[in-house]
Design a protein around this ligand. Structure first.
Ligand code: TLP
Length: 348
């Protein structure tokens, strides 16, 4: 039996033995010179999947988002973004420092915005105001509980933004999950964005790596800033190989993670004091409220760790669980047993 079942994030996965073998055998070169054949193959592959002219390999999802924001904006610009989004909340305030832009935050429903909200946020053409330049969307939405952006909403927002001369960036760290759960191809989502960042190191199980995709001109600009931000890597084919392997072998199986998340949600709903809507669990993330249990998320976290389950407290009342490659159906049952032990009686 595993010592710990780690439900804190899908970033915790370890490379599989075959993935490690592929990494060890990868052909490499100096990617700062553009000479790593495996990185080049990965970049072409991801551009094709996303229907973009080209893409560039970067160390992390954070760097991918920040490079896109930097490359789309000028200092002093304003970026319209959802209030619980990753770039606004979980990237260390990077956009203020690296791009000198400010965010105009809008509250979405589980992270999802409406085109009418964007309309209200656009600044008038007057020198008192910052210049509204970019709209950032996130699919799936992490803090929204892995919610999938409905494609018609993305299309509406994008059409409207473009009609106003704005650019659109899509944080697609978990676009693969959105695609598998909705049956909508990544490129159908991506067509509505000028740039898309995707991660290989979350649900797909690669150890490191993200990509930013867009037009050649845009990616040239990203390339320049990648160097400036210190993200130019050398024999990066070793990690790019894991990414290629993950794209070939670990996308379809995401549906198992989604089923496991749903099962967790249904089991948690039976526990008195837990507030969760299993029908809202669309992908591999579930966020639920424990206020009614009489315990704080930190108390639950510490108690359940003793049962071998690792979880993430995301607010004063909420816990987040994320299913992934290294969590099996049996692990879910063990986790549910532990929650029931820690949190007490089943709902009558
Ligand atoms: N998210 C991590 C934490 O930073 C919260 C997680 O455990 O979920 N976009 C989205 C939507 C993300 O969820 C993340 C990571 C990123 C970007 C950043 O990716 P990395 O961690 O590679 O910089």
């Amino acid at each position: 039996m595993k010592e710990f079942i780690d439900l804190r994030s899908d970033t915790v996965t370890k490379p599989t033995p075959t993935m490690r073998k592929v990494m060890a055998e990868a052909e490499v070169g100096d990617d700062v010179f553009g000479e790593d054949p495996t990185v080049n193959a990965l970049q072409q592959k991801v551009a094709k999947i996303l229907g973009k002219e080209t893409s560039i390999f970067v160390p992390s999802g954070t760097m991918g988002n920040q490079l896109a924001i930097k490359s789309h904006t000028q200092p002093g610009d304003e970026v319209i973004i959802e209030a619980t989004s990753h770039p606004y909340n979980f990237e260390g305030g990077a956009s203020a420092v690296l791009s000198a832009v400010q965010f105009y935050c809008l509250k979405g429903s589980r992270g999802i915005l409406e085109a009418s909200q964007i309309e209200e946020a656009i600044r008038p053409d007057d020198h008192h105001f910052p210049v509204t330049r970019l709209v950032c969307l996130e699919n799936t939405h992490n803090r929204g509980g892995g919610s999938i952006y409905p494609i018609q909403k993305i299309a509406e927002i994008s059409r409207f933004a473009r009609s106003k001369g704005l650019l659109v960036h899509l944080d697609g760290a978990r676009l693969w999950n959105a695609s598998v759960a909705s049956g909508i191809k990544p490129q159908e989502y991506a067509q509505w964005a000028d740039s898309v960042s995707v991660c290989l190191s979350k649900g797909l199980g690669a150890p490191i790596g993200s990509l930013v995709a867009g037009t050649k001109t845009f990616i040239d600009r990203v390339h320049r800033f990648r160097k400036m931000f210190g993200g130019g890597m050398r024999q990066a084919g070793i990690i790019a190989a894991a990414g290629i392997y993950a794209l070939d072998h670990h996308i379809d199986r995401l549906k198992e993670d989604h089923q496991n998340a749903k099962r967790l949600a249904l089991g948690l709903k039976e526990i008195k004091g837990i507030s969760i809507e299993p029908e809202e669990v669309e992908t591999n993330i579930l966020i639920f409220d424990v206020a009614g249990t009489g315990m704080t998320p930190l108390q639950v976290r510490d108690a359940i760790k003793k049962e071998g389950i690792l979880i993430h407290a995301v607010s004063k009342t909420e816990i987040r669980l994320v299913t992934h490659l290294d969590v099996s159906k049996e692990d879910i049952e063990r986790a549910l047993k532990a929650f029931k032990k820690v949190l007490g009686p089943i709902q009558s």
